[in-house]
Design a protein around this ligand. Structure first.
Ligand code: IPM
Ligand code: MG
Length: 369
């Protein structure tokens, strides 16, 4: 039995806490079965932290995050906090965690589960068997570039500024992650930018190609403009394996890719930092769906994206491939049994609550243990 794996759980706002509750049950299940024991701590983040401490992320929670082996994050935000000043909005917590933990590599898989094929708005033949990975650069680009701000000019009108900027090292480190991921998948990487209009895009393209030629000639590398990529994602998404792109394009394209699956409630993500000398990376795992305030507290939310994020954590932070496969299989089997939360409801299936979805998943895990 392995122990002392430090896990920080940040359920956050909206449906975050209720989907996380189901993940807790799985954490306890692993403990009960003596497969793995996590050393768990829980903290407030987002609006919940603002309400209690006046900031979306306290320095204490930030310190806990620094010390954790992995962070499980629910969701942040909601109408209650939308009018707050920019600096204390719930989303700032996420951006601070990303930046201060150096989580530059954001893995956003878009997978179509066969039983859910009808949930996609695209034709079944376009999305059947879809399994692509969007790798989004997460700590650079226009999200963090300086100068930034809103200034008032002499004539009283205002000017809003953000800066898109990338350096060689920022491009190369995310490029390496892309090629390594490609090698474990179908060995295809498509690098996406706007080299036709942006210098930062031109640099991105050149550095990706140089890195490829030097260290990853065995991986197939193609380049694509971001606007074309958006179009190709809905035209013929199965042409892609790994897509690597910058922070802003990655934000947009991953939402687009997510919707190919028709079920935002099913998609996990991982945000990883640089590997240290022992190969360990700082890491945060998070379902792609937001806080969904409209259904929060109603026991309606789909806990499977959070569950799959937990599986990604087992895989990427703790090298527990077998256990990660078990959780993934339990999710698939739960779907095969016709269990559906409202977001993925189809005729002929059973609409169940968040907690019943959790019950079913635990039963499926029992069968696999
Ligand atoms: C995401 C979200 C965030 C982003 C927001 C909540 C800050 O849209 O993770 O994709 O823009 O990165
Ligand atoms: Mg987004």
């Amino acid at each position: 039995m392995t122990s002392n794996k430090k896990l920080l759980i940040l359920p956050g706002d909206g449906i975050g806490p209720e989907v996380m509750r189901q993940v807790y049950r799985v954490v306890e299940w692993f403990d009960r079965k003596r497969i793995v024991r996590f050393d768990t701590a829980e903290g407030l983040v987002g609006g919940a932290a603002y309400d209690s401490a006046g900031t979306p992320l306290t320095d204490e929670t930030m310190a806990q995050a620094q010390a954790a082996d992995a962070i499980l994050f629910g969701a942040v935000g909601g109408p209650k906090w939308e009018k707050l000043p920019f600096a204390v909005r719930p989303e700032r917590a996420l951006l601070r965690l990303r930046k201060e933990l150096g989580l530059f590599a954001n893995l956003r898989p878009a997978i179509v589960f066969d039983p859910l094929i009808g949930a996609s708005t695209l034709k079944p033949e376009i999305v059947r068997g879809l399994d692509i990975m969007i790798l989004r650069e997460l700590t650079g680009g226009v999200y963090f570039g300086e100068p930034r701000g809103i200034e008032t000019r002499a004539d009283g009108t205002r000017r809003g500024v953000n800066t898109q900027v990338y350096t060689t090292s920022e491009i190369v480190r995310v490029g390496r992650v892309a090629f390594e991921l490609g090698r474990k998948r179908k060995n295809k990487v498509c690098s996406v930018e706007k080299a036709n209009v942006m210098e930062s895009g031109e640099l991105w393209r050149e550095e990706m190609q140089t890195l490829h030629d030097a260290d990853y000639p065995d991986v197939e590398l193609t380049h694509m403009y971001a606007d074309n990529c958006a179009m190709q994602l809905v035209r013929n998404p199965k042409q892609f394996d790994v897509i690597v792109t910058d922070n802003l394009f990655g934000d947009l394209l991953s939402d687009c890719a997510a919707m190919l699956t028709g079920s935002l409630g099913m998609l996990p993500s991982a945000s990883l930092g640089e590997a240290d000398s022992t190969g360990r990376r700082k890491a945060l795992y998070e379902p792609v769906h937001g806080s969904a305030p409209d259904i929060a507290g109603k026991d309606m939310a789909n806990p499977l994206a959070c569950m799959l994020s937990f599986a990604m954590m087992l895989r990427h932070s703790f090298d527990m491939t077998e256990q990660a496969d078990m959780v993934d299989a339990a999710v698939r089997n739960t779907l095969e049994r016709g269990m559906r939360t409202t977001d993925i409801m189809q005729t002929g299936t059973a609409r169940v609550s968040t907690s019943v979805m959790g019950d079913t998943l635990l039963r499926e895990l029992d069968k696999l243990a």
